[in-house]
Structure formats: C-alpha cells, structure tokens
Design a binder for this molecule. Sequence first.
Ligand code: A3P
Length: 288
Amino acid sequence: MSRITVLDAGGDALPMFQYQGQNYPNYANTESIVNIHKIPIREDDIIICAFPKSGTHWVWEASRMLLAGHLINDAVEKGVGMLEYAPHDDIQGMSSPRLLNTHFNLSRLPLDIVKKRCRIVYLLRNPKDVAVSYYNFILKLPYYNYKGKWENFMKYQVLGKFSYGSWFDFVLDWEEEKRKHPELPILTLHYEDMKENSLRELRKLDKFLGTDRGDGFLFELCEHTSFAGMNTRKTTTSPEDGAFQGTYRKGVVGDWKNWFTPEQNEWFDKYYAERMKDCDLNIRFTLP
Ligand code: A3P
C-alpha cells in the first residue's frame, strides 16, 4: 500500500492510496483493504456491490429496514458494514444475517462468497451521473482538498485514474463474474429503475432477501428511504458515525446534462460505445 498523488488534466492534485494497481481514497482503511480476502464469510451474508456513487447508501438503507422489519430513524451509514472500510473485528462482531457492502470486484473479495453462495445485490447507475456525483463528492471531502475543475476531472475519472478506477472495468468485470457463476444468487438493480418506480424495485429486493414485508410496509419504506427522507435523517457531518458531506446531493437521473459539454458528451458516447460493444446491459441515461 503506497501513498500516491494523482493529478487531474489541469494539474490539480488528488492524494490517494494505491494497492495492487488499484487506487483508493486517501481516507481508506488500509488494513481492511489489504486483508479483505481474509474476512470469514457466512452463508447468510448479504453483500451489496456497486461502483461508488451508484446509490449504495439508498439500497443499504432499504435493505437493513427490510431485514429489521421496521423503519429505522438513525444516522448510521453503510460504512459500518463496508468490507474495505470498517475494521474487520467490527464486521466479525456483527450478528447474522450481516448486511455488508463493497465497491470491489468479485475477484478481490473473499473466495468464500462464491463457495458459500452468498446473496449479492448488484447495483448499477449510468456512468455519466456517476462521474458528476463523484466529482461533487470529492470537491466536498476535506480529505482531498481538491480544487480541480469539472473539465479537468471528467475524462480522467471515466478512464479510471481516480479512486476505485474505472466504472467500465468494474461493470464489465461483474458482468463476466455473473456469467461465470450462474449459481450465485445475484439481484441486479439499476438506480434509474429505482428512481422510476421505487415500490416496484423494493418489491424485488424484498423478495430477494426473503423478508416478505408486504406492500403496506413497502409503501412506508419508499417514503422513508426517499432522497428527501434520507437527506433529512443523515444530517451529521462526522465521517466516523454518519454521512460524508456531499453524499446526499441531488438524487436525480440526468443531472449530467447540466455538466457535460457537447464535446465531452460526444467523447463519452464514443468511449462508451467502444467499451460496451460486447455488453448487453441496458443502461439508461435519462428517464422518460
Ligand atoms: P448525486 O450525487 O447524483 O445526488 P452512493 O450511495 O453509492 O455513494 O451514491 C450517492 C449518490 O446516490 C448521490 O447521487 C446521492 O444523492 C444518491 N442518493 C443517495 N440516497 C438516495 C436516495 N434515497 N434516493 C435517490 N438518490 C440517492
């Protein structure tokens, strides 16, 4: 694990950690990252896997309330069960079924996840909104002290130079793993589908988790885990026990249109077409 500084296209610096060719945020828990493959996995573990800024907090929040069977009113965040962030003793101390989450590819995670056929909730969001969300998140994080401009950030983020690398590498790798492991119980959710109809998507999650809470509860859950609901609840700015500042920003589909210039958009679309040419995922960049 080494400390590195990555420069954006305008020369503004982003301090990061690097380990085995992958970059991580400079506030990462290096011990948890290095030892991630050693975490003892349980058969009933549930793991939410998503590229950063895909709505992981949202799905984690909804999942934990489905598992609990009641609405929860605290500011606790998914960091408590994040495999590369939480101290591993804390993860070991969690009671079953554990709700875990990660931004890692399957190949970097403990092998037992496959052997024990853990349930995986795999969440996707269109990479234009991801890039915008990531930029705004990083700007607000005091750990980075980053002052760079969007035009110097976007391409490098898309090309995977910043923390957690490339959305394309992440997604294509997960698609490949899904093909290799048809036996794995994986629920694929899309942020855009959840925004379009959160009740419909929470029904899928409810069924997948086997919680069977019924529509009355799911209606309340939609409201409670809406962007407005979560934004109000998670007011703390202390990263130790609550939301990182900037986690709850806008919570919409298509904000990228306010950021991408026509030239950036053209470049992105060409890059997307090339990288995704063999992938049949339907990624929606806007909603009707
Ligand atoms: P924006 O920056 O576009 O607003 P993650 O949880 O993976 O870090 O993703 C954060 C993104 O999800 C942010 O996107 C955030 O606003 C959005 N988000 C968080 N909770 C949400 C919710 N309940 N409903 C809709 N979007 C949500």
